[in-house]
Ligand binder design. Sequence first.
Ligand SMILES: NC(=O)c1ccc[n+]([C@@H]2O[C@H](COP(=O)([O-])OP(=O)(O)OC[C@H]3O[C@@H](n4cnc5c(N)ncnc54)[C@H](OP(=O)(O)O)[C@@H]3O)[C@@H](O)[C@H]2O)c1
Length: 286
Amino acid sequence: MEALSNRVTTTLTWSNSISTSSLQIPQVFSIRCTQRLRVCCASDQSQKMTVSVTGATGFIGKRLVQRLHADKHSVRVLTRSRSKAQLIFPVKEFPGILIAEEKDWRDCIQGSNPVVNLAGLPISTRWSPEIKKEIKQSRIKVTSKVVDFINGSPEGVRPTVLVSATAVGYYGSSETQIFDERSPSGNDYLAEVCREWEATAFKVNKDVRLALIRIGVVLGKDGGALAKMIPLFMMFAGGPLGSGQQWFSWIHLDDIVNLIYEALTNPSYKETWNSNWVLYFYESVV
Ligand SMILES: NC(=O)c1ccc[n+]([C@@H]2O[C@H](COP(=O)([O-])OP(=O)(O)OC[C@H]3O[C@@H](n4cnc5c(N)ncnc54)[C@H](OP(=O)(O)O)[C@@H]3O)[C@@H](O)[C@H]2O)c1
């Protein structure tokens, strides 16, 4: 409850620091968030879990692992590189965290519950045809592997919950439409990536509760989109973004982590969830 109240506060703070009249949140979003508030209070997070996380070394995963570890859950970091993960989660600060490279993922997934899947090549690079292929394939490959390991787990040690990332790119873009979970997919490249990514996750055994989180741009000061933008503005090299008329949907890092955390234990989280605030830019915003 507190986390989502904070979301409202955060949003209002943003509007004050930008321009009170510049931020417009469509009523439909306020209503939807109030509905979610009720859902979000329902789960019991006191039970200790063993959680396997792919993409744990990334922007969102790192914060999620920190939260899980602080709350005394067992965490299994599924990574492509043990040495990189060990630098991010040094044993002194994260005693008991298990770091596993791909050959050991199967053993980690068996016996852990839930599984969180956040891996994928970052999309914030120059999109050559090769990179575009890798953006899609990296997500499908890891998701497919996770799903196969879950499905192949013997009963009794098979995870019953999979929380898997996807993105609001699923919808394509529009200057006027508001998208929710029932909206159709778009017809651009990112929409295609998200459709195939989600379809791969949907191959998980029907007894497994699947929560697909369609994530908007995640903002937090230690990484992601803001970390790329802020240095430019600090050097006075930043400028207006686009025409000044556009919107983008975003979520604070702590809020997406709280949402994923909640999805681990709350049975109301199944199939697809959007996770965004919509920020509108007007010409008064510089
Ligand atoms: N951040 C956002 O604004 C945002 C918005 C919408 C959706 N999402 C989605 O949410 C997920 C997590 O986002 P994030 O920002 O935390 O991601 P991130 O910081 O880019 O980290 C993703 C992780 O994926 C793994 N990875 C990177 N390249 C890979 C490749 N070629 N093949 C397989 N694995 C690879 C890496 O883990 P290892 O090196 O340990 O294997 C990396 O730490 C991503 O799938 C992303 O698409 C993020």
